[in-house]
Structure formats: structure tokens, C-alpha cells
Design a protein around this ligand. Sequence first.
Ligand SMILES: [Mg+2]
Ligand SMILES: [Zn+2]
Length: 192
Amino acid sequence: MNRAIFLDRDGVLIEDVHLLTNPKDIRILAGVPAALGRLSAAGFGIIVVSNQTVVARGLSTKQEVLDLNAEVHVQIERAGGPCLGAFYFCPHHPNATLPLYRVDCECRKPRPGLLLRAAREHDLDLHASFAVGDRVTDIIAGARAGCRTVLVQTGEHLAPPIETSEPLDDSVEPDYTCADLFQAAQWILEQA
Ligand SMILES: [Mg+2]
Ligand SMILES: [Zn+2]
């Protein structure tokens, strides 16, 4: 089985500009290409898992989300980072503008559906994998999937929790909290 790092995108890999829809607003965070390079060299698959309510809100199509994300991958590689693996996203929201996406789904974090799907498709050992995010909902999703978790402080760690269809489990704590993805990678490599 393989091991992976599940990464939230907005606020972890790139600046969280809230409802990102324009590729011109992509800003790769400092230290990210180097951190991903170290994790990739250590044998971890790099898998991005993201709630993308821009789809539920009718601001972007699924294809536009994929295209914008491909541009994130290109910019990370251009900055010296590795070729990223897969990208999984949840287009739903319990109060979506578009009825098609107004679904109480299993993939919107804090639920672990995106991570579980990735694990099936990439034969991942979740207990040997890690989840990194900037929100408590990323941490809960990672913990529910069986991963060790890291909270980084480059994004929305101080913001109020996102809207969820069930009460948040406030007993879940990250296994490690640090400034940014570079420090997260350092800690992960010490554990692994
Ligand atoms: Mg985030
Ligand atoms: Zn979903």
C-alpha cells in the first residue's frame, strides 16, 4: 500500500482569497514547492482535497475548478515543486444556490469522503498517511479517515467554522500545529 499527504488547497498551498474563481488570483504560499518536494522525495503521494463551494454557489463550473486547479499545479512545478498527484473536490453545499448541488453529501469536509475515495483509488494506507489543513474541518476529516493531522496557520485557522450539516466534533485536536506547510513537512518527515 502507498502513503500520502492529503492537502487542503486554499490557505495551505495557495493564499485563501475566499471563493477563488480567477486564475490571476492564484498566489502560491512561501515554502510550498520546497515542502512538497521533500514529501514527494520521501515517497508520499501528494493529494489535494478541497471543498469548492464556488460550484454550489454557481460561481464556477466543475470544469473551471479543474482548470484553475491545473494552473495551481503548473505554478507549483514552475516554482521548483514536484508534479502533484490527484485533485479531489466537493462541489456541494447544504444551502447551495444551484439545486443540483444542494446535497448533504459524504464528501464535504469535515466528512472524510474525499480522502476515503482517494484511498480506494490509490491503494493508500490511511494510517500511514497525513492530512494538512488550515481549518478544523480539514483536521476532523483527516482524523475521521484515520490519518494523522497537521493544522497550519497560513490560512483561515482563526476564522469561524464553515457551515456544516451536522455539529462539529469539538473533541478533535490536530496532532501537530505549526506556522506553515514547510514546518508541517519537517514534522511529518520526523514521524514517518
Ligand atoms: Mg483551507
Ligand atoms: Zn460533496
